[in-house]
Write a protein that binds this ligand. Sequence first.
Ligand code: SF4
Length: 116
Amino acid sequence: MTRELTCIVCPKGCPLRVELENGEIREITGYTCPRGRQYAHDECTHPMRTVTSTVRAKDGRVVPVKTNRTIPKERMFDLMKEINAATVALPAHIGDVVIADVLGLGADVVVTANME
Ligand code: SF4
């Protein structure tokens, strides 16, 4: 089986090709740097994602947030439940932690814009 991927690690977007046999990676081609090879490997074994979303402020406005590290793709639904249940106090500043170590995954949900 062959999986065709587009590397999302940097804007260059190299086309990646992963040859799989019985769920095992046989060959990865198309990358132009080691990060792309690692991305293709991870995507086929344990896909990870940075999640961007918004959290409601106590006055009703929404504050943009993201995870400061990637999390396992299969936990994104659980993460969104945590984010949807959270509120943030204003003012909020870039990097403020809204949820520390969310779901015990080692990633924090942090603010990505300054809001007064
Ligand atoms: S393989 Fe390397 S250069 Fe190509 S998109 Fe991925 S990170 Fe960028």
